[in-house]
Write a protein that binds this ligand. Sequence first.
Ligand SMILES: Cc1cc2nc3c(=O)[nH]c(=O)nc-3n(C[C@H](O)[C@H](O)[C@H](O)COP(=O)(O)OP(=O)(O)OC[C@H]3O[C@@H](n4cnc5c(N)ncnc54)[C@H](O)[C@@H]3O)c2cc1C
Length: 445
Amino acid sequence: MSNVHIIGGGMAGSEAAWQCLQAGLTVKLYEMRPLKMTAAHQSGDLAELVCSNSLKSLLPDSAPGLLKAEMELLDSLIIRAAKGAAVPAGMALAVERTLFSKGVAEALGSFAKFERIDLEITSLPTPEDLEKSGDVWIVASGPLTSDGLANALQAMAPEGRRLHFYDAIAPVLEMDSINTDIVFKASRYDETGDGDYWNVPLNKEEYYAFVDAVIAAEKMPLHEFEDVKYFEACLPIEVMIERGRETLRFGPMKPVGLTDPRTGRWPYAAVQLRLENKQESMVSMVGFQTKMKWPEQKRVFQMLPGLEEVEFFRFGSVHRNTYLKSPDVLAKDLSFKVSPRIFLAGQVSGVEGYTESAALGLLAGRAAAAKALGKTFPMPPADCMIGALKHYVTEGGLGDFQPMNTNLGLLPTQPKVKGQSKIERKAFQARMARETFARYQGINS
Ligand SMILES: Cc1cc2nc3c(=O)[nH]c(=O)nc-3n(C[C@H](O)[C@H](O)[C@H](O)COP(=O)(O)OP(=O)(O)OC[C@H]3O[C@@H](n4cnc5c(N)ncnc54)[C@H](O)[C@@H]3O)c2cc1C
């Protein structure tokens, strides 16, 4: 019978292992820790939470709440172990981290067909070898994938340059919360169409007040291991401002070609917002990578004209990351187009966060198990939360593909109903997602 080989015993790899064991398969899980540590992990434990101990909200109408509920219905080990190790945290699911890891290890270890092998994997089998053996592999090596394996993954991305290493990410905003009486649509020098970008106009006074606020804002302390060189194309705005108060105006806040319809002129400076999804519910701040603390990001960015009420789907952050530009290299079942018996899961596939990584591990595990058994696993549809996340990884992401955490903006936009509050609208979206998932489960069970 076919074996499943999983690289990485983190959130995604552990979840994938559980799904494959449940399907009756033999699983070999390769984890390089503690023999070779990453820059962030502290132990050799499976499913180690590298930073916060929270798996975020349990509120049923929130995106993380929806995702966890769907995962639980799909028999997620990570959610089960988290609930078993939960500590009081209001409406969030926070855990006692060593108890959580122990729960995961014990659940996997209870299967005779499970073997953990302490080993760093640096190469992947060829499609021909896998065809012969019938084995399947799941790569779940996380944001701190070892260099040897990163090189092997690079080789799997046919045209190269598909493997991104980057240190900083820009915030993603909720389009609905932006005042479009002020923020205007235009592309530089495009006089024909409406323009693809939304633009936040600043006058001289607003620009310098904003620069001063960024300089004064509290920044996230970087760990020693994160003291890496920034890519010049991906500099945090604070680093740019260190080079001079004008740098932003000649960089990401360049106003050239952006005619403000309210004045008929170019503003003194402008922040550009780029669509993140086809539903046009999310936009990212172009070139606005930042290491300001999250409450400071909210305070400082809400100073920008038209963004006074803005809500954040994701804050900017700075840390090392390794991920593939998955929509180019993965098939819809999370397997590599060039090697259909190798699957990708977790943060390396283009999601961000503990639960999101586990969710992708769950789906890759199910899909890989099905392939090993000569079957097909029907992926959840894109209008439930876990399906939306998977859809983003295999088919989503306009322009620069950036790792995504779960948020309601990934779900199809619901038409606005007159008089409906924002909370009611989100509740409606969540209900639609729940109904879709229930129908999917009906089909899938
Ligand atoms: C510094 C830092 C802080 C973070 N803080 C948070 C947070 O507070 N909240 C949050 O939700 N997310 C956080 N994240 C993101 C979080 O780490 C990931 O979302 C999540 O752990 C990813 O799960 P994963 O299974 O994809 O990777 P991991 O959980 O990292 O698991 C990957 C595993 O693969 C192993 N591995 C790597 N290369 C090899 C190899 N060649 N051979 C064998 N094994 C290998 C690693 O040792 C690791 O155990 C943080 C990430 C970093 C880097």
